[in-house]
Design a protein around this ligand. Structure first.
Ligand SMILES: [Zn+2]
Length: 120
């Protein structure tokens, strides 16, 4: 939408300098979006790799399991930062796991929640 607005308002003929600047902005936004997608994909892969590790079993304290179950069953993904603290209390020192808990916008299917609950 932004791209078509730019295309309609700022033809190269009307304002070449503004056109070049706007195109640069669009490119920068696309690069940022691609970078974030790559980071999320990398993190998901990292969490999948972790799923079978012995560490994960150690992190499944009663508190972590109760919290993770509540998050999953009640769609309480706003509690992910609390889960991060519980995981740290349970001995988790994996920065990718702890960082994931601090990110916004978790949904059902979150690799970390699924992994902790032993879902595929
Ligand atoms: Zn998540």
């Amino acid at each position: 939408m932004f791209r078509s607005w730019v295309a309609a308002k700022m033809t190269p003929e009307k304002n070449p300098a503004m056109h070049a600047w706007a195109a640069e902005c669009v490119r920068a936004l696309e690069i940022e979006r691609a970078s974030k997608q790559a980071e999320v994909a990398e993190q998901a892969q990292r969490l999948q790799d972790l799923a079978g590790s012995a560490n994960v079993a150690a992190w499944r304290s009663p508190h972590v399991l109760a919290l993770t179950t509540a998050i999953y069953e009640q769609n309480a993904f706003d509690l992910m930062t609390t889960l991060g603290a519980a995981l740290a209390d349970a001995g988790c020192r994996d920065t990718s796991v702890l960082k994931h808990c601090s990110l916004p916008n978790h949904v059902k299917g979150c690799f970390l929640v699924d992994m902790l609950l032993g879902k595929e």
